[in-house]
Design a protein around this ligand. Sequence first.
Ligand SMILES: Cc1cc2nc3c(=O)[nH]c(=O)nc-3n(C[C@H](O)[C@H](O)[C@H](O)COP(=O)(O)OP(=O)(O)OC[C@H]3O[C@@H](n4cnc5c(N)ncnc54)[C@H](O)[C@@H]3O)c2cc1C
Length: 397
Amino acid sequence: MTKTKVLIVGGGFGGVAAALELVNHPHFNVTLLSDSSSLRYYPTLYRAATGGSRANSDIPYSVIFQNTPINIVQAEAVSIDRQARQVITKDNQAYAYDFLILGLGVVTNYFGIPGLDQYSYSIKSQDEAARFKKHLHEQLINDGRPDLNYLIVGAGPTGIELAGALPSYLKQITKNHGIAPKRLNISLIEAMPRLLPNLPKATSRQVKRRLKRLGINVYLNSKVEGQTADALVINGQPMPSQTVVWTAGVTNHPFFVNNHFVIMGRGKVGVDAYLQSEPKIFVIGDNANTPFSGLAQTALHDGKFVAQNLIRAARGEMYKSYEVKKPITVIPAGPGWAAVDTGKFRLHGRLGLLVREAADLEGFKDLEPWSQAAKQYFTQFKTDDSCEVCSLAKARY
Ligand SMILES: Cc1cc2nc3c(=O)[nH]c(=O)nc-3n(C[C@H](O)[C@H](O)[C@H](O)COP(=O)(O)OP(=O)(O)OC[C@H]3O[C@@H](n4cnc5c(N)ncnc54)[C@H](O)[C@@H]3O)c2cc1C
């Protein structure tokens, strides 16, 4: 039997979910083409940026797809030859498909604000998280004088998670480096009038109260206009800082504009009721113009949905129409605390954190065999400090 070639481009939440659903089906030959060798588990990257284990937010494809007949190609997709039904990579290789699933994720957007690309930090990948962490330690090693102002731009979930984790991490590393305690200011900067503008006002209020209790300054209605080596310009005023983290903007992957897809609101790709942008080409996760695009939960849902429709078609059945899955929002803010909004009820505090931990375990379990998922879950309790001073200090505890 000639197998149907499914080419999945992008090995993130959506692409991996689709591949897991199809890979053991006898009707399909599945190729996963991704520019990395592992899945970035973004929701825990803020921990990697603040001393947590790198392994907690990185799941190698070799683990996810162990003992399956998948073809994994590590390459960067740059274009599509629709006539020949091929995707072309940067190294000029062509990969054929009968069905194509695209889940390439988003890229950072600085909205053209001068200086941000040069001076700000980001935590959208392991490398970026590691660069930020290195900076925190280097400023202590170099002259023993920590930056007094830490500015996180963007009061969405990522900015809040990072802001919440920073006070205890800074306290710990300044102590490790033998530096006398100083008042370090951590500020969260948001252009909108409230935190978490996409969530109910009550959740915004709870989280704001929590951040204040952690000693974090929250600046709302504060528009970033530029950055220099020593300051961030907000509403026309420079705020001194050498540590600015930009979490306030992403935009759709340039692949879609470059390859003439139909672009809708928020730069997302227009899709039909089956998540097709055109016959036999599916667009999922962050790339698709769906109501809850931009969340890992949606990308997992989309990947499974498309794969299940392909399985239906292989059985001679009709495609089902897409149904949105309302996401549950869980936002950790500092040790032992998270806010949860299920759409039906809200809770916060330690119980919220338990929900978050259950969600992480469930998330790992969606992607890995049980034993690996449990191992992955427990890596959150490990630390990962490449700083020599901190390693020596820890050995003395
Ligand atoms: C710091 C952070 C924290 C987050 N926290 C949460 C959270 O708590 N809960 C939640 O629901 N969502 C969270 N999100 C959002 C969530 O991670 C995304 O919605 C989700 O990753 C989208 O999945 P995806 O499959 O569409 O894209 P991605 O997971 O981004 O995967 C895209 C894949 O495509 C690959 N790729 C990119 N370009 C190419 C190319 N040219 N060729 C080949 N491969 C390519 C990438 O390497 C990657 O493997 C967070 C995001 C960030 C940045």
